[in-house]
Design a protein around this ligand. Structure first.
Ligand SMILES: C[S@@+](CC[C@H](N)C(=O)[O-])C[C@H]1O[C@@H](n2cnc3c(N)ncnc32)[C@H](O)[C@@H]1O
Length: 371
């Protein structure tokens, strides 16, 4: 095991790792990203048109907010501000739309399937004829989305894996707590990374890693725990499953302050009203010098917003200019982290190097000693 100084220097060592894990999109990936956004724009434009005559009072509050967002997307698209050339999309005929749909279908990708399914049903959801949950849960599609969404699976989760593996070499006996662990997508990545770091290089792999970590899997909803138990069965002897709402003080929910070396939070912290309160609660869970591995959307992409915008949680953010989307850019995370006792964003890597398609990021920060 490495020394405390080496643990202290760990974040700095990530800068060296960064160059070896940057991801550049290939032609196929650029085509996929472009088709997702363009197709989402069409679903939004069509639904906005169809919903124009409805009495908005009949809709749920968050669909009223989403409708304003949809109008904004139509206008951004038409002025060329969603993507280069988006000002021409309004004129796309049936053939272009159909071939976009066929192409997305042909990829067999769950994120494409989910976006298309949601896009085709926006109007029904607004009118209360379908619940968004029914829509996303059918065929296990939401679960598959988290497992297959290229930005996560092929990019940000790979970054998470490399960074967690590097941390595991410094602190293989880490006490880890995950917030909003949900379907366990990020959990599995982190647990596998710890196993990879602990495995003897002479070994030929297998499940016999000498596990010294302890992992507390939490979510605001205990409903995720049975499936997570099954999915993570091999690691369960080193795990606890506990309910935690990160919007409330963790101590009041039975979590002793300052007990964890590492907190993992993947696509959850944005779903809260106040980033400041939320991050202060995260800080409370960590030991001084403990690290937060944060996966977040730092730049909006229309296709992802279309799916999650149907749920009220997407529109809960009420601070930091998060009215049209709950995401916060890296600069805002950095500022709030500093306000509540973190060192600010010490490491950042976007899912890909192409700014136009980048949207998720992995951020790392350290908990400062309490003064
Ligand atoms: C978008 S999912 C992400 C799931 C998982 N972290 C992953 O990356 O696959 C968001 C998760 O955060 C949970 N969540 C939402 N609000 C929360 C809160 N206030 N406190 C804790 N968890 C919350 C949800 O129940 C859900 O499981």
């Amino acid at each position: 095991m490495l020394s405390t100084t080496q643990e202290y220097n760990w974040t700095r060592s990530l800068e060296t790792l960064k160059d070896s894990i940057r991801i550049q999109l290939d032609e196929q990936q650029v085509k996929f990203e472009g088709a997702m956004v363009r197709s989402a724009y069409h679903f939004i434009t069509d639904a906005a048109q169809e919903l124009k005559g409805d009495d908005q009072e009949d809709w749920e509050w968050h669909h009223q907010v989403m409708y304003n967002w949809m109008l904004k997307i139509v206008s951004l698209g038409n002025s060329g501000d969603i993507a280069p050339g988006s000002e021409t999309w309004e004129a796309d005929g049936v053939q272009v739309r159909q071939s976009l749909g066929e192409y997305l279908e042909s990829t067999g990708d769950a994120s494409a399937q989910l976006m298309v399914r949601v896009g085709q049903n926006i109007v029904k959801v607004f009118r209360g004829e379908l619940t968004p949950l029914e829509l996303v849960m059918e065929d296990n599609l939401l679960n598959r989305y988290y497992m297959e969404y290229p930005k996560l699976k092929e990019r940000t989760y790979k970054h998470l894996s490399k960074v967690a593996e590097s941390y595991a070499r410094v602190r293989p006996d880490a006490h880890i707590l995950e917030i909003g662990a949900g379907t366990g997508g990020a959990t599995k990545v982190v647990l596998q990374a710890f196993d990879a770091a602990l495995r003897d290089p002479e070994d030929d792999g297998g499940d016999d890693a000498d596990r010294r970590l302890h992992y507390t899997f939490t979510d605001v909803s205990a409903g995720f725990f049975p499936a997570a138990n099954t999915k993570l069965a091999g690691w369960v002897p080193n795990m606890d499953f506990k309910k935690l709402n990160v919007e409330d003080d963790p101590e009041a929910q039975g979590f002793e302050p300052g007990m964890h070396d590492l907190v993992v939070a993947s696509l959850v912290l944005h779903a809260t009203k106040s980033l400041e309160h939320t991050l202060a609660h995260v800080r409370k869970l960590l030991k001084p010098g403990g690290r937060l591995l944060l996966v977040e959307t730092t730049r909006d992409v229309v296709d992802m917003q279309l799916i999650f915008g149907l749920f009220p949680g997407w529109w809960l953010g009420a601070d930091k200019d998060r009215i049209m989307s709950p995401k916060a850019p890296t600069a805002v995370w950095d500022q709030v982290m500093r306000e509540v006792g973190f060192a600010g964003v010490e490491f950042e890597i976007g899912d890909c190097e192409e700014a136009e398609y980048q949207s998720t990021s992995l951020l790392v920060t350290s908990a400062l000693p309490v003064s």
